[in-house]
Design a binder for this molecule. Structure first.
Ligand code: PLP
Length: 597
């Protein structure tokens, strides 16, 4: 397992057992060995009734993360002498699946753990999942709002849920006032601050002066003034911010919390708002590659450091201003759910990549290099050429730049080709549908085979999916690798499966229907490795109907008529009906597997 860096990104949840199988430890405590769940055994038990690709869910890991989050904040609160509590919410958008939301409500009950909704459908999910027993839990209503959204949030309050309407825009206040009058329900209002603190890189675009969401401090104070004039200032209770996902360092966490706490204190001291909660949004990161580097795929801190940065920053700012410590809320999503599920892909075949450069001999390469360096402008000894502004060389640079790149690539390949052939592993998946972030934002997830982990994987592999797009290929892996070491396929050893780990956040909701490959099967695994429930993914029929076809009228009837004309409806009807009721992935792959041992 060392090859895959599992000890770094997997600690303490994922290990390799004596049989060389990937294991899950839902207690997050490796001392309890013997209690690990053997992933291959779960797959073998599931595969007779469930199709690939499948997601294995380990609800025990959700509970462990939730407990760890609360322990981290409780310790930070105790250690710094903070005088208020922590009370978090799960942002529904990060994984809306019913089982997950219900798990969080259930596991979070004793913590008054709540939910965050960013749209009307999410609000409806949250309203129905939170129960009377969760009347203290926050139901944070974020996102742009119309009258219907605000009315829903007020209904939630009228039903005894602790719904808070967080304003993203000034204009929303008019809607809130209007709906509140209409329905006779007093709202609890929060405001989302647009902070100046920004995070660098891909995930940072939601914050900063030009960020898309929230109100700058000045506008927040105007809202407070307006509420005061309306004698509704008592509505305003919460200040919220979210500077983006994957905050890379605790310096930025502290900076953002300090900036927000400053606005909070001003609202209390200068505007007389009776605030009580500071909601620090999401952004708690996941160390996908195990490097703790603070790159796009990694964060340089753990849960404890994150919690103490927030608690400490808010405490200092409030004490400086003589303001009571607010209840601290966070909307951590990614860090709560990433670990708890893994996607299991099935290898269909492994085919050596044709070596298109084989005919390039070292002599030919040398000749190409000589030819390039003989070009005058490249030598830099032609005064006129050097004196010419760069722009006038653009065409040459472009032309030769590509040549240089090609030669360099050939060189690199000819060195590599001596030892390695790259194998294209065809996998039963659609990258767009299952791991859209791999394709959309070049997200890297740790990947590894689930078995044969004591055997040296001799093939350098890339993963190819079932779609016919050139993008349907994974050829970037964690820590900058361009291939994933995999074992030669051997049907005698049974199926060969690759797990995509830390993939529990965002992927399912983002997943598209490209090529009309739908979602995966979902298998829920209990603490002892038993299968609790198994849901099949969307059938072909369901996927087709999402594109506005009436399956009976537009598909079956039409095919029926045509088949009748040829007298083959009996045969065709059976095949078509069977095809409509299964998942669109490959079920039985009977082509002999090329590239097997
Ligand atoms: N809160 C809000 C308002 C968000 O927009 C998001 C994600 O985009 C989150 C919370 C969750 O963030 P994360 O998954 O980084 O914790």
């Amino acid at each position: 397992g060392g090859l895959y860096n599992i000890a770094r990104w997997g600690e303490p949840y994922f290990t390799v057992n004596q049989d060389g199988h990937l294991c899950v430890n839902t207690h997050g405590d490796q001392r309890e060995s013997g209690q690990e769940i053997d992933v291959l055994h779960v797959i073998q038990a599931a595969k007779d009734s469930v199709q690939f690709p499948m997601i294995l869910r380990f609800p025990g890991l959700l509970k462990h993360h939730l407990d760890s989050l609360h322990t981290a904040f409780d310790n930070a609160i105790k250690n710094t002498g903070y005088m208020a509590r922590y009370q978090g919410v799960f942002p529904v958008k990060v994984n809306q699946n019913k089982a997950i939301i219900q798990d969080f409500v259930h596991f979070g009950h004793g913590y008054n753990y709540g939910l965050e909704a960013g749209s009307k459908p999410e609000l409806l999910i949250a309203m129905s999942c939170l129960t009377k027993a969760n009347s203290k839990a926050f139901l944070v209503c974020n996102g742009y709002k119309d009258a219907e959204y605000v009315a829903l949030a007020l209904s939630a309050r009228a039903m005894g849920l602790n719904a808070i309407i967080v304003m993203e825009m000034e204009e929303e206040l008019d809607i809130i006032i209007d709906q509140s009058n209409k329905l006779g329900v007093d709202p609890v209002v929060g405001v989302r601050a647009k902070l100046l603190t920004k995070i660098p890189g891909h995930f940072g675009s939601t914050a900063g002066k030009h960020g898309k969401f929230g109100l700058p401090a000045k506008k927040i104070y105007e809202v407070a003034n307006r509420l005061r004039h309306l004698e509704k200032l008592q509505w305003l209770k919460l200040l919220h911010f979210h500077i983006g996902s994957m905050i890379p360092s605790t310096e930025i966490v502290s900076k953002a919390a300090t900036e927000a706490a400053d606005i909070y204190c001003t609202l209390v001291n200068e505007y007389g708002a009776r605030m009580d909660t500071l909601d620090c949004g999401g952004g708690l990161g996941v160390d996908y590659d195990g490097t703790r580097s603070g790159s796009d795929m990694s964060v340089a801190y753990g849960l404890e450091e994150y919690a103490s940065s927030i608690v400490q920053a808010v405490r200092v700012k409030c004490e400086d201003n003589g303001v009571d410590h607010p209840v601290l809320c966070t909307e951590s999503g990614r860090a709560m759910v990433s670990h708890h599920s893994m996607i299991i892909l099935e290898a269909l075949s492994a085919i050596p990549e044709p070596k298109d450069d084989e005919e390039t001999t070292p002599e030919e390469l040398q000749a190409m290099i000589d030819d390039l360096s003989s070009k005058k402008w490249l030598k830099g000894d032609d005064d006129a050429a050097v004196a010419k502004p760069m722009s006038s060389h653009a065409a040459e640079i472009k032309e030769h730049g590509i040549e240089i790149y090609k030669v360099a690539k050939k060189l690199a390949k000819s060195v590599m080709a001596k030892e390695t052939t790259i194998y294209n592993y065809h996998m039963n998946l659609s990258i767009f549908s299952l791991v859209p972030d791999c394709w959309g934002i070049q997200q890297l997830f740790p990947m590894m085979p689930v078995s044969r982990l004591h055997e040296r994987p001799t093939n350098m592999a890339t993963l190819i999916d079932l779609t016919c797009d050139s993008d349907g290929k994974v050829e970037k892996f964690i820590r900058g690798a361009q291939t994933l070491p995999l074992h030669p396929l051997d049907p005698k050893l049974g199926g060969y499966y690759v797990a995509v780990l830390l993939s529990g956040a965002y992927q399912e909701a983002l997943s598209s229907k490209h090529n009309l490959f739908g979602g995966p099967s979902i298998v829920r695994v209990d603490e002892s490795g038993g299968i609790v429930t198994a849901d099949l993914g969307a059938t072909t029929e369901e996927l087709i109907s999402t594109m506005r076809y009436d399956v009976n009228q537009d598909i079956l009837d039409v095919i029926h008529e045509r088949a009748e004309e040829h007298g083959v409806w009996k045969m065709v009807g059976e095949i078509v009906k069977a095809g409509l009721t299964t998942m669109p992935y490959l079920i039985e792959y009977q082509v002999p597997l090329p590239g097997t041992a």
